[in-house]
Design a protein around this ligand. Structure first.
Ligand code: FA5
Length: 341
């Protein structure tokens, strides 16, 4: 009797266990594994519920035998569940890692060092060339007073030449007394006030004008100013310096020329152009002999000191030099453009 009971139990146990193993092989998530485990080994599970049947067996030996059989199968099933769980956990972890992985390949492949902006590079080169010619570098403020930007440069209030520079004013002090400098020429006065002649100075910096951006204009751009004050300086020194600079900066096959012009702070005044080897010309900037009124405004005696000055746009020069069609390209921050330089 007991043997039959055990046989029957053994068969049911085998069926339940085989069924559990088959279903386990098809389980792909931890959640499904958990619910299958309780369906099989839980109190009411296909295998787990068999424990409660042991009490109904006829003999103690039969109970023992059936109990041992049940334990063995339960242990085997638990081991199978554990193995499957480990595998699913590994897979879930790998999936999670893959999902959260940061794709750094782009950063690695473009992990080159940045470089200075085209205009900064041009400014540094200009500084190198001029310091090589014996000049010192000076700087002045970007927010200037009317005095330095205009008045000391021989443009008293309501002087018509002030309209050559469409000015941006700053709301500070007397209306119209504080402004964003429209050129680097005010630094000439600041240098004359603080340095003792002889002066051989260059003054690079940012300047501001109410100019509408177009292919050759920006409202914010860069200039470099050059000022020489010494005894017996002549127009020939000015022309010679511009020529030396042209060859040192652009190359030996470039030359320069001066054309008569007008600036209130220089007399005589000229525009200067650079000739490329192909014979075409680049307009660079303005120049001239420092006006006696400007020397006086800077605290120097025009009877003792003479000098020349010139100034030009760095952005526009870089544009011409590199054959850039539109000056605005330099400020759109498009790396594909900027990386070319
Ligand atoms: C001046 O600003 C004078 N201070 C130059 C000077 C200095 C003359 C010393 C005599 C002695 P001008 O306004 O022409 O001059 O400007 C000089 C250069 O700045 C121009 O030739 C041009 O290259 C550049 N420039 C002028 N306006 C702009 C602009 N909106 N955007 C970019 N570059 C400009």
């Amino acid at each position: 009797m007991a043997t039959d009971q055990i046989k029957a139990l053994e068969e049911r146990l085998k069926t339940a266990s085989d069924d559990a193993i088959n279903r386990l092989a098809a389980v792909t998530t931890i959640d499904d594994l958990r619910s299958l485990q309780s369906e099989v080994l839980g109190k009411k599970g296909s295998v787990g519920s068999m424990k409660s049947e042991l009490g109904r067996l006829d003999s103690v030996d039969a109970k023992k035998e059936a109990g041992a059989m049940l334990n063995t199968v339960t242990e085997q099933l638990e081991a199978a569940f554990n193995t499957r769980r480990d595998l699913l956990e590994d897979v879930a972890f790998a999936q999670q890692v893959a999902k959260e992985r940061l794709d750094l390949t782009e950063h690695l492949s473009v992990a080159r060092r940045g470089h200075s902006h085209l205009v900064t590079q041009a400014t540094r080169r200009l500084e190198d060339v001029f310091t090589g010619l014996g000049f010192q570098i000076a700087e002045g403020p970007e927010v200037e007073s009317d005095f330095y930007n205009f008045e000391a440069l021989n443009m008293p209030k309501s002087h018509p030449a002030r309209s050559m520079w469409d000015t941006m004013f700053v709301e500070s002090g007397e209306p119209g007394s504080v402004l964003l400098r429209t050129h680097t020429s005010p630094v000439q006065i600041r240098v004359m006030e603080t340095w003792k002649p002889p002066i051989y100075a260059i003054m690079p910096g940012r300047v501001f004008r109410r100019d509408t951006p177009d292919a050759t204009h920006m409202p914010v751009f860069h200039q470099i100013e050059c000022l020489v004050i010494d005894r017996g300086i002549t127009f020939a020194d000015l022309a010679g310096t511009i020529e030396s600079f042209t060859k040192a900066f652009f190359g030996g096959d470039f030359t320069s020329r001066l054309r008569p012009s007008y600036f209130p702070f220089t007399e005589p005044s000229a525009e200067f152009d650079i000739r490329r080897p192909d014979g075409t010309w680049i307009e660079l900037g303005g120049c001239g002999m420092v006006h006696p009124n400007v020397l006086r405004a800077g605290g120097l005696d025009p009877e003792e000191w003479t000098g020349f000055a010139f100034g030009f746009g760095i952005d526009r020069m870089a544009k011409e030099r590199h054959g850039i069609d539109d000056i605005r390209e330099m400020y759109t921050n498009d790396l594909r453009f900027l990386r070319q330089f």
